[in-house]
Design a protein around this ligand. Structure first.
Ligand code: HMG
Ligand code: MG
Length: 300
């Protein structure tokens, strides 16, 4: 049975823009301000990672100081280590996310340490956040397929997801980082995970590289998962996941939910407008099929 409501976590300003080299600070701020008025309740606005690794996110502190934060909207950021969480706290960030991997090779490529080392690193990050009353989300990458190692077993994904939850993450976002997952893999992964964790602490974060994200999300919805990460215009990709393209587009998820009778509280037309605007700044068209079908409202 499908859920009545879905929570949309908008990751375009982080996952989307971490792969873009030409985007200016003011484009980022404009995008987040527009998204803030669309009914979204959670916008991932940046990441406090090493600027040597991801220079595109080096201005996240300025982003947080310049956006108009709307009441009732959570603005979160990624923090891989103590330096990250300290910078986030200084910038007044009210929610953070740690990000680990179910695959060893991706962990090394993305955050330069093993899975075990990453979990040790997250411990004090989560502690410090808790001391400041900051909730911590946990991302898990390569939950079905790793770009370097191939298929990842549901048992391995469940083990790390469970560990992140026990360490204090309030929600685990399950990443299909390279978008190679298909609904049969979603069933296998969630069947295993749901034996250990309640459905309301799980979210899905599916990239759309192979065009499977909506099918995978539909499968997750059928299994009771109703928190969905998506990126306006289908922007995105991880610089350390070869060949990965954008997240599932927020526009496409909203269209699906609306037509399935699942309430999101988010205005598709306002998201579409924001998507075309940021794409114009980036010199490209949205990847979202729904955005292309609706057209550019800024041109009317
Ligand atoms: P490292 O090189 O092992 O770390 O990187 P280090 O501690 O040796 O530091 C190296 C330099 O970076 C030092 O500077 C540090 O001070 C600095 P130096 O002394 O050489 O001048 N540094 C920092 N500066 C600012 N803020 C910080 C910070 N940390 C270190 N927080 C590290 C380890 C984790 C830092 C690095 O690998 C890193 O930043 N990785 C982030 C990679 C990333 O952002 N990937 C994309 C996000 S994850 C993703 O997209 C997947 C997701 O969407 C889910 C999915 O799709 O699956 C979430
Ligand atoms: Mg991602």
């Amino acid at each position: 049975m499908l859920p009545e409501k879905a929570n949309i976590i908008e990751v375009g300003a982080r996952d989307g823009l971490q792969n873009e080299t030409t985007v200016t600070l003011s484009d980022k701020v404009d995008l987040i301000n527009q998204l803030s008025l669309s009914g979204l309740k959670h916008i991932e606005a940046g990441s406090f990672v090493s600027p040597k690794w991801v220079p595109q996110m080096a201005d996240s502190a300025q982003v947080f100081s310049q956006i108009n934060q709307q009441p009732g909207v959570i603005y979160s950021a990624l923090t891989p280590n103590m330096a990250g969480v300290e910078r986030a706290i200084e910038s007044g960030v009210k929610q953070i996310a740690v990000f680990g991997s179910a695959s060893e090779t991706f962990s090394q490529k993305n955050i330069n340490c093993s899975i075990a080392e990453s979990l040790n690193r997250f411990d004090p990050v989560i502690d410090l956040a808790k001391q400041h009353g900051i909730p911590v989300r946990g991302y898990l990458s390569c939950t079905m397929v790793c770009p370097y190692e191939g298929p990842v077993s549901p048992a391995q994904t469940a083990l790390i997801a469970n560990t992140l939850f026990e360490m204090g993450c309030y929600e685990i976002s399950l990443g299909d980082t390279v978008g190679k997952g298909t609904p049969n893999r979603v069933i296998m992964m969630l069947d295993t995970l749901l034996k250990q964790l309640p459905k309301d602490v799980l979210a899905v974060h599916f990239h759309d590289t192979y065009g499977q994200a909506l099918a995978n999300i539909y499968q997750a919805l059928l299994m009771g998962i109703n928190t969905i990460d998506s990126a306006v215009a289908g922007l995105g990709g991880c610089p350390y996941a070869q060949g990965a393209s954008g997240n599932v587009a927020t526009e496409d998820v909203l269209y699906l939910c609306e037509n399935l009778g699942i309430e999101t509280g988010v205005d598709l037309n306002l998201i579409n407008q924001a998507g075309w605007q940021i794409c114009q700044a980036l010199g490209k068209k949205p990847i979202s099929k729904v955005a292309l079908a609706l057209g550019d409202p800024n041109n009317h």
